[in-house]
Design a protein around this ligand. Sequence first.
Ligand code: GRF
Length: 221
Amino acid sequence: MPKRRLAVLVSGRGSNLQAIMNACASGQIPATDVVAVISNRPQAPALALARAAGIPSPCVDHRRFADRSSFDAALRAQIDDFAPDHIALAGFMRQLTPAFAQHYAGRMVNIHPSLLPAFPGLHTHAQALDEGVKLHGATVHFVTADLDAGPIIVQGVVPVLAQDDVDSLAARVLALEHRIYPQALAWLVSGRLRIEQGKVTIDGETASGISPCIWPGTEDL
Ligand code: GRF
């Protein structure tokens, strides 16, 4: 398989970025190099993780742009400089314009810390606790113009325990994020995913063939 080029967009801590870099280094995400880590925030700790790994890590600071479309144009130019095959949003906290999403349609994925379509947007763990749901989790999905609403690739599920607070629940979900994001990217770079009528298939199978749902303790698919 020819080498695939992956760009990762970040805004903050970078724990999913680290999981992705580790998975590329170990070959779990096969034949793939993280060729750029791009942040919209100059102080994002994720940038330091990228630098430590020797990966180019420019910042396109959204505060320097008058409006969303000029920021998106600059971000797009910066991404395209690295000629990535795929783009992973990993804690990237800017809403993107429809034109931007369209430009990378089928090549850009995101991780969201809830079982979409439940709890799009921010504060997902607090929302889950407020609603009293018994199961919570994370979703990797293709990025479309609609916020947190693109075709779902894989979901990871965790229980919500009676004694949970936001921090304990977030930590349980995050550990699962670090498993499902590399898994989804491995499928993506290997060309195993298709979007058919808004739904994702893996090797042409829907969920009846391979179940893209990871429970704690189960083996990776
Ligand atoms: C994760 O919970 C991710 O699902 C969400 O933002 C958080 C980023 O965390 N989109 P990190 O920067 O990867 O540690």
